[in-house]
Ligand binder design. Structure first.
Ligand code: NAD
Ligand code: UDP
Length: 319
């Protein structure tokens, strides 16, 4: 049985990755310090024979007994309000944390895939963003703690690849959504869903003209899985190119949920990117991958998930 370590296992994307690898017959070691994660996302895996969980902060020395074939580094706060609340931990997990995991990969001769992000492009001056674009990041803004840490993480990973010859993969993930997100994590989809479910107005930041392109979690997991098993070590964008303004998106959610509330406008956070859309030409060519779930279908599934939660589960998702 091949063995895989997944960091950030109790988080949104990490828990879906655990599901994928467990169901494909791998032995999965999930690791998380639960700073933004939720054990409820992986509690169904705990009784299984091919899953174990380590409560551990990856910025501290990471030890795993036995062999390891693959490492997927997904630990990191990922929503703006999380990383603004815990800026130092955000910087550490993609610097000290990646150093520990690259060291582990070298020691175990494991292949490592890292979760990078569209935020490496910052507030992009090129549209759509292809992997050749170097980005436009304000290193000293509050948001810089995430963007710059992820950029460092990519450099460190390439250095280990070139200098130590370890096998590395870099996924530049664009806005991804689906079941298990935390309703209060501040990201736009859970924010709007939570507001609709509680009968509150939807909060659009700025005038809502900024754009994003949303990828459903199942498509994301498939793209990441294919990237891990490809032989390509340069960064690959994984996201859905279907772009929408945040204002139009709020209107879609109002229709989908049937809420009688409207939209209220709030100030735009500093350095909030004005536009974002992945160029996925490289993923199409190298991974023969493209998203299959369109926004209408993905949002329907996500809304169904949140509306099925009991009041107590909903409260937990609001922590
Ligand atoms: P999430 O907050 O749901 O999951 C992150 C997990 O990492 C949490 O369970 C948290 O407790 C854990 N974690 C954080 N610091 C840790 C540490 N020092 N040691 C151990 N565990 C730690 O976020 P997510 O949306 O699932 O994001 C997962 C990864 O994907 C992140 O690296 C994020 O930067 C990246 N990413 C996500 C998106 C997206 O749209 N969801 C987009 C781009 C990149
Ligand atoms: N946003 C919004 N209302 C909210 C939360 C977010 O209008 O309640 C906006 C936010 O300013 C940004 C977009 O939605 O322009 C996407 O925000 P998110 O935090 O989901 O992701 P990111 O900015 O990291 O792409």
């Amino acid at each position: 049985m091949e063995r895989v370590l997944i960091t950030g296992a109790a988080g949104f994307i990490g828990s879906h990755l655990c599901d994928r690898f467990v169901s494909r017959g791998f032995y999965v070691i999930g690791m998380d310090n639960l700073i933004t994660g939720d054990m409820g996302n992986i509690s169904h895996l705990l009784p299984l024979e091919n899953f174990e969980f380590h409560h551990h902060d990856v910025t501290k020395f990471v030890h795993v007994q036995g062999t390891l074939d693959y490492i997927l580094h997904f630990a990191s706060p990922a929503s703006p309000i999380d990383y603004l609340k815990i800026p130092i931990q955000t910087l550490k997990v993609s610097s000290l944390g990646i150093h520990n995991l690259l060291g582990l990969a070298k020691d175990k001769r494991a292949r490592i895939l890292i979760a990078s992000t569209s935020e490496v492009y910052g507030d992009p001056l090129v549209h759509p963003q292809s992997e050749d674009y170097y980005g436009n990041v304000n290193t000293i803004s509050p948001r810089g703690v995430y963007d710059e840490a992820k950029r460092f993480q990519e450099s460190m990973t390439m250095a280990y690849h070139r200098f130590h010859g370890i096998e590395t993969r870099i996924a530049r993930i664009f806005n991804t959504y689906g079941p298990r997100m935390r309703l209060n994590d501040g990201r736009v989809i859970p924010a709007f869903m939570g507001q609709a479910l509680r009968g509150e107005d939807l909060t659009v930041f700025g005038d809502g003209a900024q754009t994003r392109s949303f990828c459903y979690i199942d498509d994301q997991v498939e793209g990441l899985y294919r990237l891990l098993f490809s032989d390509y070590s340069n960064p690959v964008n994984i996201g859905n190119p279907e772009e929408i303004t945040i204002r139009e998106f709020a209107e879609e959610i109002i229709k989908l949920t049937g809420t009688e509330q409207g939209i209220v406008y709030r100030p735009l956070p500093q350095d909030d990117p004005m536009q974002r859309q992945p160029d996925i030409g490289r993923a199409r060519e190298i991974l023969q991958w493209e998203p299959e779930v369109d926004r209408a279908e993905g949002m329907r599934r996500t809304y169904e998930y949140f509306s099925r939660l009991s009041p107590e589960e909903l409260r937990k998702k609001e922590h």
